[in-house]
Design a protein around this ligand. Sequence first.
Ligand SMILES: *Cc1c(COP(=O)(O)O)cnc(C)c1O
Length: 344
Amino acid sequence: MRGVLRIINPYDPGIIPEGQVVNLSSNENPYEPSESVKRAFFDSIAKINRYPDASYSKLKKTISDFLGVEIEKISVGCGSSELISRVCDVVVEELDTVAVPMPSYSLYLIYAMLREANIVTPVFRDYKVEAEIFEELKPKLSIICSPNNPTGNKVKRKVVEKIVENSEFVLIDEAYVEFSDEHFLQFALEFDNVVVLRTFSKFFGLAGLRIGYAISSRELTEAIEKIRLPFAISGVAVEAAISAIKSFDYYADLRKRIVEERERMAKELMKLGLKVYPSYANFLLVKIDERAFDFLLGKGIMVRKIENVLGLEGTHLRLTVGRKEENDALIEALRSYLCESSAD
Ligand SMILES: *Cc1c(COP(=O)(O)O)cnc(C)c1O
């Protein structure tokens, strides 16, 4: 086995919910798919004896029309997770510098490590990324996440500009961008060295079907498409994804509810005296002591415990914004936790 595997820690998917729990741990969309997405899914089952279209041209055409981006600039993958890996494969040589500002998503480190990169993880308080370090590092690849997981904030446009100027390639992960008021798609259209990454897992609520896509220059897109797994997205997933884009209004309506709930929850949590990170995504990060997680679990509420992440000291909980009743249950449970622990 390759030596690098000894130092790679596996991606932590959190614990798997069992039985009746309120699941607010994985930033999924808490609502069911639209009726037409369900129909598209069921209607495509009859064809699962066949391989899907290897070029995914219908899916790409739908994304292309949706974004107003040329089809030649769109690549697809088995979740945006696959595309993170492919982008590393396409641009990173052994010992190249890969800059990954922290605290952010741990999957970036795994795929950069697999390429035996020289990984640099500059830490920014609350992921308030600044550009200076990139001027010094001149990274082969910089990977930023906006809105960021797990802090929920955006990277400043000026900072993105500077990072693009000072890196040979830049990957901008926009998994949560539909919940934000700002995106950086234009960078991928304007600059040949930028890849913007999107997913159907969050806003479009298809986490279980595994579909991601990237926007980049024709040249980068061609390279990514060349090496991605053939047939990595099932035909069933493709039909559901196409239908989801056509149901955009349905999902936009859910987004409105989610964003309103996010703001309501943030206020409630602050009233409890917690440090709440301002969020442009469908989750909130709060600082709390380490026993809170198990207390919530005991009440049947699953959230994500964030510990040992570079740049986040102590224990944090990442709380997915769920349905109103789920969010209420979470806030109530946290209220009783804080009452009980202050009585200790
Ligand atoms: C959820 C998430 C993704 C999406 O992963 P998929 O493989 O598309 O489900 C990508 N990046 C970040 C930071 C995420 O939190």
